[in-house]
Design a protein around this ligand. Sequence first.
Ligand SMILES: [Zn+2]
Length: 655
Amino acid sequence: MAENPLFAPSSLPYQLPPFAEIREEHYLPAFERGMAEQLAEVEAITGSAEPPTFDNTIAALERSGRILQRTATAFFSVVASDSTDGVMEIEKRISPELTRHSDAIRLDRALWARIKQVTTEDPEEAWLLEKYRDDFVRAGADLSEEEQARLRELNEELSRLSTEFAQNLLKAANDSALVVTDAKELDGFDEARIASLERDGRYVLPLLNFTNQPGLAQLTDRDVRRRLYTLSVERAPRNFGLAMRMAKLRAERASLLGFPDHAAYRVADQTAKTVEAVEEMLDQLVGPAVRNARKEAEALAEQAGFAIEPWDWSFYAEKVRQARYDFDASAMRPYFELDRVFRDGIFHAATRLYGITFTERPDLRGYHEDVRVFEVFNEDGGALGLFALDPYARPGKRGGAWMNNLVDQSFLFGEKPVVLNNLNITKPATGPTLLTYDEVTTAFHEFGHALHGLFSEVRFPRVSGTSVPRDFVEYPSQVNEMWATWPEVLANYARHHETGEPMPAELVEKMQAAEKFNQGFMTVEYLAATLLDWAWHRLAPGEDVADAEAFEQKALEAAGIAFPLVRPRYRTNYFAHIFSGGYSAGYYSYIWSEVLDAESVEWFKENGGLKRENGDHFRRTLLSRGGSLDPLAAFRDFRGREPSIQPLLERRGLV
Ligand SMILES: [Zn+2]
């Protein structure tokens, strides 16, 4: 039998995982060996006769667990993007084991005793040492044996529930898909779209991961819209129960760790630091956002000629845009061809700003044939890393878009970064892949995360690239969205896929004018989700929720954001960010990061926009530093002052 490819470092360029050789049966043995190896490494650290030093303790921990790291990276990339029943079985089995493993290290008393004795004068080491101390305390290193035993139980059950939550959702995308037998019911979709939905004589429209399904903007049959919307908000009903249980367990864990609730626990190591800081910000936004949405609702009702329902919002929003701004969003699609958006848009902007260039490497493979790999070079020709792109939706892929590292940059291992972007664009049966304006913006956004990973120049993997607080990580990616509509960039990539004609200037102008409409809706649906996340995680320990849907409603009312026409972007039952994605009590991060984003966009504009000097300054002061220092100090180095909320309020029309 051939050797398990996960046991040894990859021999591919940049240590890209050898996906073509990895088979499902390789994962479990590699996880087992990886965990055993790391425990042995930790034992060697604690068993050392030498006094604890940074190198023999902290750096040694950074060097530990290489097989496990490789295995988890490859496995969870496949779980997220190309899952199968077999992979889901492995995930179910391995998730609680991984939680036990991580607790075994962070609750190791001998190890903790050594970490507490380490000292260092070097600032980068001191910052990392502080991170380790904080990680260990937050994981329960200072608790009694009895408390730690309970903590282990809580972590394990939470890990199980979170896997189940995600798997229920993956199934629901298809199980709760809209199914129609008569193509007439899909009136509003173009013929190619309808053809792509046909399966065995029926038409199946799978659900995307958020409340407001994009089809609602086009489907002319009101009853079909109602059905689609209802399927969306009522999907995966078993997840309500899982969410209640998770919120309760999280509150108990927070209390064990000395915090009043899970939200307080979660924000303590973020840039926000306190629940009051988060609430103070949200309070400023709710009132004006709801007022804007109400005004928009009036315009929609006027357009419709009747009192609209939630499933009518997108449809009539498009109508108002057409009437008021003479703008039709679908007119843009022929100008947004996938290849061109990347080559002449996203990559082009990065070349102009940072001097970097891209060469496709068809010889390098991902976990699926649709994954494309590009080698990235600095202006001087030096190798920077690899960028992998997985653009298409598929049945085994989670909803949404995201970036993750396949290899973390670090000087410790002399490794260059390998980063992956996932999008969920529908693959056409034939012909070019045309994107919506939203999809283009999302692609620029995810590439902003990719740059954060690619430009990383730090010593230690723990603080590499995007390893920054959740409420900071969205900031560089949001900044990169600005180049999607930057005139020189847009003119370069937005060309008709058949004629090569540039997008007409008036279409761009109309789009920018029309963008201002529906800001109220978008801010309210986002804030409602944020406040729902917040309510679940401000529950006091022992507080019971009997009915998740009633809780949801009451929470929105109490926060002043209950507006029947605009439901949260995610309801409890499909809020993957917070129940399976690491964003619990952290969904506020997007708007929190947007403060820094809006400030930075101002800075670029004040300094002449798309220029090498500007890109270099952003790269040097911020993007290259990863989590190797206080992120707000990096922001101050970039901007030259403390952040102000004003640019954000103006951008969102909330002043
Ligand atoms: Zn993001």
